[in-house]
Design a protein around this ligand. Sequence first.
Ligand code: ATP
Ligand code: MG
Length: 579
Amino acid sequence: MKSSSRRFSEFFIPTLKEVPAEAEIISHQVMLRTGMIRKLAAGIYSYLPYGLMALKKVEDIVREEMNRAGAIELLLPSVQPGELWMESGRWNYYGPELLRFRDRHNRESCLGPTHEEVITDIVRREIHSYKQLPITLYQIQTKFRDEIRPRFGIMRAREFIMKDAYSFDIDEQGCNRSYENMYRAYEAIFRRCGLRFRAVEADTGPIGGSFSHEFMVLSDTGEDEIVSCQRCSYASNLEKAEVVEQGEKSSVSEEERVFQVVDTPEVRTIEELTSFLSIGPENVVKTLIYQTESEPIALLVRGDHSLNETKAKNALNAEELTMADPDTVLEVTGAPMGFAGAMGLKVKVLADLSLKGMKNMVMGANEEDRHVLNVNEGRDFRVDQYADLRMITPEDPCPRCGGSLQFGKGIEVGHVFKLGAKYSNALKANFLNEHGHETPVIMGCYGIGIGRTVAAAIEQCHDENGIIFPISISPFEVIILPLELHESRVREVADQLYGQLSDNGLSVFLDDRDERPGYKFKDADLLGTPVRITVSTRTLRKESVEIKLRSSPELNLIPLLEAATVIRKTVQSLYDSLK
Ligand code: ATP
Ligand code: MG
């Protein structure tokens, strides 16, 4: 008998009847209610048997697809020496998410939030020739990130299980092939997990290049905002989405009018300003004072737009970008916050592309309670650089095909990233190429959150009664409910079917508890097993059992003699639908 089949009475599923107050989202609620997980401390969870089974299912799929793609599994330590992080330069850069401590010999150490350093250290020691490349190595392992706001259960935990893979190639083209290969493996993984997902272009931050995609499970409770084109295949993380400015704006061809300072008492917000002056927000320029690691900066966007800090950071090539404090604003503009304008500023001024050529705008006067009308670039203020600085809006066209865009939310379950020579340069992971020259290996890295994938699947597949597991990641494929346990025939048939299906290789859960039918049906719905078989005196009167899919209200009787065959075929067809 397959060992994954279980009897409820001999298993450990501590279910809860009440919805736990601390859980805000469905997946967190039902994972607690079904006894999949229990919290030990903030962002730190125990995986109880039912939860662990689901995690293992995802792990198995990930492992199969990684192996199929040619990646090779290893296992790296979770405790890492600080030295290695100092060598890569991330010891100071990573911030408080990196949990640091000293060992008994006073050596700096940390709990691994990710493993670029450790894997690059292995490669620099063991790989010396182009003949050993390309290679992709992966592990499925516990990570620790001291997240500032752990929440949603294992969706955003501090300790969590991740599959992380790293590719090593002799050059860019090789790296592109490895990246493609992982990208395709990720598509196969998430399809097999039964998820509705989209791969979206993602920001690559200071590493640059366009080679980063996040795999997003589409869900309203997602923390990431994504845009996708309704016509072509373009999809992007909101913060990365490029804005293409469309054609001429009416005010571009206007005559320049006379500059005018007006009193605007008690007016601070854009709404207050537009209603006070009876103008539209598109006629206002917002002057935002920010601070990079080296200097204060002024960023200009239109009143009806919002600044995209990631784009601004990239345009400035800055490591850090934060809003300036009131003192800096006063120093830069000569006025308290809320009245900044671009006139006469000594700092660098960057403006969004939508402002190019705009005439007779309104902005802060750099004086308390005053604004200026009819401001024009060149005549009244200077712009050092125009760039795409703003968040995309639903009115903007698709940057690829001009089609209309759809906005939605997603849960990031996977991330593929081209690293280039960032770590190989820092850690001197070089190899001898065909011509005998020492060259840095070109790297890619690829993560999947195992626990987050389970949580995201539940977030996407549930109803008011509980989980509706995709069969591929469900702890059990079939649940058998014998309804009247005091009837020996009911018990016998249920036991027999349990044995037969298990011998056939199915994973079966037999609810052999002496409980009321309503209670058992409720728990079966909560647990979300895809195929439910009910055995009762009523079904046996017709020499049948009842079959129901968790995903459909339809009930059918199947003759006892055919039961095992029909159930096996039903299970198979559920798997086939995920191909
Ligand atoms: P996020 O933006 O959600 O914080 P990240 O960009 O920091 O994630 P990566 O470093 O790309 O995440 O990690 C790879 C994968 O690990 C993510 O796609 C996600 O599935 C998972 N993951 C990251 N952080 C957590 C966490 N705190 N809890 C659970 N899973 C996580
Ligand atoms: Mg990411």
